[in-house]
Ligand binder design. Structure first.
Ligand SMILES: Nc1nc2c(c(=O)[nH]1)N[C@H]1C(S)=C(S)[C@@H](COP(=O)(O)O)O[C@H]1N2
Ligand SMILES: [Mo]
Length: 234
């Protein structure tokens, strides 16, 4: 994750084609991801309803979601189970069918990676974290949400922020099952914090009375991770 978004022109033809379109190509992880310079310039003029710039400071637009890696979990929905527990009166577990039986929402949102790329207008379907919290009957002592993923990856989000209507447990991306690289079959989605908070290959949601810094938060990255405040590192 510490890689810097940096153009590396290894494929001349792809570069020229992109350059003609007014864009620059970044070769990252062996694949090409287009930094949309024209789009970035336009994006910098956009303002959110609450006055924040739509594109957080020092971010650049990509045209599609870049797989950022991680230790993959089992993508098979048939073996999926999500454990919801911690500071709540009605902890529960759901399998994939059980997740689909909960109230579903589809949203369009922007996501922002700490390596300085952003993607506008990504589409996700899943269950709002707020609906999961209501079903679990949170205790007043719950103050943080800890997203737990395969192989011990975790991320921490203050409860108040996790209850925002755009925070969800997603099982579809762009109308399709989430691809394995992006966290199949189910991932967390926290659009207003840097993307590392959006745990892929999700296996658990724990409501905690105390903060528990997660995988990246204990490796030099910001505990809170607000892209508009550029909370990148701790
Ligand atoms: N389980 C798990 N989730 C994870 C990660 C990871 O390594 N493991 N990486 C995070 C980081 S650093 C980012 S930027 C996003 C990347 O999501 P993407 O690969 O779908 O773009 O996933 C986050 N979720
Ligand atoms: Mo990341």
């Amino acid at each position: 994750m510490s890689e810097i978004l940096r153009p590396k022109m290894t494929d001349r033809r792809t570069f020229l084609r992109a350059a003609l379109g007014g864009t620059v190509v970044a070769a990252l992880g062996g694949a090409y991801y287009v930094i949309d310079d024209a789009g970035t310039r336009e994006a910098r003029k956009m303002v959110l309803a609450d006055g924040r710039p739509r594109l957080p400071p020092n971010q650049h637009l990509l045209q599609r979601l870049k797989p950022m890696g991680g230790e993959e979990g089992d993508p098979n929905p048939a073996v999926f189970s999500l454990k919801v527990y911690g500071e709540c009166d009605a902890p529960f577990s759901v399998d994939f069918a059980g997740l689909l039986a909960l109230p579903q929402t589809t949203q369009t949102c922007d996501v922002h990676c700490v390596t300085k790329w952003s993607l506008f207008d990504s589409h996700w379907t899943g269950v709002k974290l707020a609906d999961i919290a209501a079903k679990a009957k949170l205790k007043a002592t719950a103050r943080y949400v800890i997203f737990e993923s395969a192989h011990g990856y975790t991320s921490n989000v203050p409860l108040r922020e996790a209850l925002r209507p755009n925070v969800m447990v997603a099982h579809k991306y762009e109308g399709q099952a989430i691809p394995q690289a992006h966290g199949a079959p189910v991932r967390a989605l926290v659009p207003e914090l840097y993307f590392w908070k959006s745990s892929k290959w999700l296996t658990g949601i724990r409501f905690s009375p105390v903060d528990v810094p997660g995988y990246w938060e204990t490796r030099g990255y910001s505990n809170h991770a607000d892209p508009w405040k550029e909370e990148r590192y701790s």
